[in-house]
Design a protein around this ligand. Structure first.
Ligand SMILES: [Zn+2]
Length: 175
């Protein structure tokens, strides 16, 4: 390989362009050498050599044949940090302020039968709004939600992993 590789992870697309995952650079190189995949996006100015050929260093590769995916995207287990991550960039659900966020239970914990910690019952709130709302619903507090809470699936996790590789999310149709 010429120069130090600047990618360590490569996005893998199905033949249909559906994103399948992120794999270590070495595995993506093996797909290329065995002609299982072709390059969709490369790292400019970087190449690697196999025994018989020279290839650009890939950032995104696509399988030539359709790979069967036996599962649907799974709902991820709820976590506080997952709620903060999901709502990043949206700000406080009540006033729009950005910065340090707390977790607000939309239907107050004391009034939920069962588990109050679900994706659709929790949302990012600044501490001030959380204290003002207290143990009331948004309707009771007259604090309408500025955005709806969303269920987080393994697709969201996949998209975060893809974004972290530096791949062009717009040209992949993922942004
Ligand atoms: Zn707020």
């Amino acid at each position: 390989m010429k120069g130090a590789p600047i990618v360590s992870a490569v996005v893998v697309l199905n033949a249909s362009f559906e994103p399948l995952g992120v794999v270590p650079l070495r595995r993506a190189m093996a797909y290329l050498v065995r002609e299982r995949a072709s390059i969709v996006e490369a790292v400019p100015g970087q190449t690697f050599k196999s025994a018989s050929a020279e290839f650009p260093v890939p950032r995104v590769v696509q399988f030539r044949e359709m790979v069967r995916v036996p599962y649907k995207y799974m709902v991820q287990p709820w976590t506080r940090s997952g709620v903060i991550e999901r709502d990043r960039g949206l700000g406080c659900a009540y006033c729009g302020r950005t910065g340090a966020m707390t977790i607000d239970h939309i239907m107050p914990r004391s009034r939920v039968k069962g588990n109050p910690n679900t994706w659709t019952n929790t949302i990012s709130s600044c501490l001030r709004c959380n204290n003002i709302k207290a143990a009331r619903t948004p309707e009771e507090a007259r604090m309408p939600l500025r955005y709806e809470p969303r269920i987080v699936t393994s697709r969201d996790t996949l998209l975060l992993a893809i974004a972290s590789t530096g791949a062009d999310m717009v040209s992949l149709g993922l942004a």
